[in-house]
Design a protein around this ligand. Structure first.
Ligand code: PLP
Length: 360
């Protein structure tokens, strides 16, 4: 066999593979809960399950490539023209298309760090250069430093609001000030995967901000609040040239008919789904309050997870949690992200955190 392998692009060297949250172990031991992927712990609504059953019997056919039904539902829901919408295989798929559409070798993509771990991967896969701007000591986006980092090579800036994995959110005045500093030919992507969990009225809805700013694109997903993570559907709201570029860079038939039908049914069942989000937000308040009562420093979170900055103790803490029955998401040397899940799972996590706190 020849020693020569096909030539791959040099940019791929050293790019880490995306690391998903660890699944909960299947064993004879106590129930293990997965708090490692910011998923929605509630099972699909019966009405949503029913809506996909027609598509289940027809998946020998390709889906509606234009996502016609979903697009018109989204246009109504958000009060935006159809030409301002684009769907994709999860919002991470749409984020990748945005980088592809704007940035290549020699171009720069700015984002906060630490933030959503797909950003460096999709940037480097496009051949562009990541520019990582550290979060403030309070684990919030440093928007002034991000604006200072803009050069004539900058093509795209991600603002993850609320930020994964810290849960922190930037507020209206500082975000508007930042947007005013960004040149009109640089695309700002407001990644609002966790928007429905926001309760701080000062955290702006990106859809309001995009309307009179042609260089702002809002990313949303059905994976979190709407509970469709396994079906892979997300979307962008942006002005014509950006939305059109997304339609060009889309993988044909990327959003399955099951996903489209479930997303439409979820929008129609929004009140019930947002009621569930409300329960998770109450649990979040309990989790954060209890942790702080135990002596932990927890940044204010507007998402469905909490962040504990554990530094060198991160991996140990994750191992102790796993032994207790909850799988969390460690970022070695930095901290642990813990999804707010089922009450029982949150209880196990809180008890484990209390025990660990006493030992350190
Ligand atoms: C900030 C952020 N953006 C996007 C995504 C991607 O979500 P999806 O591709 O499931 O829509 C995630 C998922 O964890 C996320 O945390």
């Amino acid at each position: 066999m020849s020693e020569t392998s096909p030539k791959l692009r040099a940019e791929l060297e050293g790019i880490p593979t995306y690391k998903p949250g660890k699944p909960a172990a299947v064993s004879d031991g106590p129930v293990a809960y997965k708090l490692s992927s910011n998923e929605n712990p509630y099972p699909p609504l019966p009405g949503v399950l029913e809506s996909v059953s027609a598509a289940v019997g027809a998946f020998n056919r390709y889906p509606d490539m234009a996502c016609t039904g979903l697009m018109s539902e989204l246009a109504d829901r958000f009060g935006v023209p159809l030409t301002h919408l684009a769907t994709g295989t999860g919002s991470v798929g749409v984020a990748q298309q945005l980088v592809q559409a704007t940035s290549g070798p020699g171009d720069e993509v700015i984002y906060a760090w630490r933030s959503f771990e797909a950003y460096p991967i999709i940037t480097r896969v496009s051949g562009a250069t990541p520019v990582q701007v550290p979060l403030t000591p309070g684990d919030v986006h440093d928007l002034d430093a991000m604006a200072d980092a803009i050069t004539d090579r900058t093509r795209l800036i991600f603002v993850c609001n609320p930020n994964n994995p810290t849960g922190t959110a930037v507020r209206r005045a500082e975000l508007e000030r930042f947007l005013d500093r960004v040149p009109a030919d640089v695309l700002v992507v407001l990644d609002e995967a966790y928007r429905e969990f926001v309760r701080d009225a000062e955290v702006p809805d990106g859809v309001e901000l995009y309307r009179d700013r042609p260089n702002v694109c809002v990313l949303r997903t059905f994976s979190k609040a709407y509970g469709l993570a396994g079906l892979r559907v997300g979307f962008a709201i942006a002005h014509d040239p950006v939305a059109a570029a997304l339609r060009k860079t889309a993988v044909p038939f990327g959003v399955s008919q099951l996903a489209q039908d479930a997303a439409v049914a979820s929008l129609r069942a929004e009140d019930e789904l947002l009621g569930r989000v409300g329960s998770l937000v109450s649990e979040r308040t309990r989790v954060v309050g209890t942790l702080r009562g135990q002596g932990w420093t927890v940044p204010d979170t507007q998402a469905n997870f909490v962040w504990l900055r554990l530094g060198e103790r991160t991996v140990d803490f994750a191992a102790v949690c796993e032994q207790a029955g909850v799988v969390v998401r460690p970022f070695a040397g930095e901290g642990v992200r813990v999804t707010v899940g089922e009450t029982e799972a949150n209880d196990i996590f809180l008890m484990t955190a209390e025990g660990f706190r006493k030992e350190i």
